[in-house]
Design a protein around this ligand. Structure first.
Ligand code: COA
Length: 147
């Protein structure tokens, strides 16, 4: 298994990016300024994008694993790679997600704790309602863990 930085043509991984964030113009808000990594293990299995949000905060903007390879530790391996790579350079790793038990349990399993809410983020910024597990996402839940 190898994790490497993607320097050019990040959009070649658009299908994976859209798994985590289904509206392309929302992905465009962070993709170019972000640092992207892909995890390769007999082909590309997962990707993530991080951004410097200032104030010592590194934000995980997008993380996705190929559907047929989810639940095998690839997502957690990417988070652990970020902790090793950026530990000491930033105070915290932050992630924003909808109020969906699936993603929140994954982040909690990776050591994140709930930090703050941005009310109505999904209804204010997306051009259509976003559903996960049949529940409409409204507020953005931010979770953080120390780096
Ligand atoms: C969310 C996602 C990135 C997780 O990656 P993954 O490779 O499937 O997860 P892992 O196998 O690394 O799981 C790591 C831990 O999280 C837990 N976990 C993962 N998904 C979970 C879920 N849906 N419910 C409960 N726990 C979950 C695992 O049990 C594991 O716990 P452990 O370390 O105690 O054994 C991946 O499933 C995915 O791409 N989902 C679709 C895109 C998406 O929703 N991205 C996040 C947007 S906010």
């Amino acid at each position: 298994m190898e994790i490497r930085k993607v320097e050019t043509d990040k959009k070649q991984y658009l299908t994976l990016l859209l798994l985590a964030d289904e509206q392309e113009n929302m992905v465009d808000r962070y993709l170019e300024r972000g640092t992207m990594y892909v995890l390769e293990d007999n082909g590309i299995k997962a990707e993530c994008v991080v951004t410097d949000e200032g104030g010592g905060v590194l934000e995980l903007k997008n993380i996705a694993v190929e559907p047929e390879f989810q639940g095998r530790g690839y997502g957690k391996a990417l988070v652990e790679f970020l902790i090793e790579t950026y530990g000491g350079q930033y105070g915290a790793l932050q992630v924003g997600t909808g109020e969906s038990p699936l993603s929140i349990r994954f982040y909690e399993a990776c050591g994140f704790q709930r930090h703050h809410l941005v009310k109505n983020f999904f209804t204010d910024h997306y051009d259509h309602p976003i559903y996960e597990c049949g529940v409409q996402l409204v507020d953005m839940v931010y979770l953080q863990r120390e780096l």
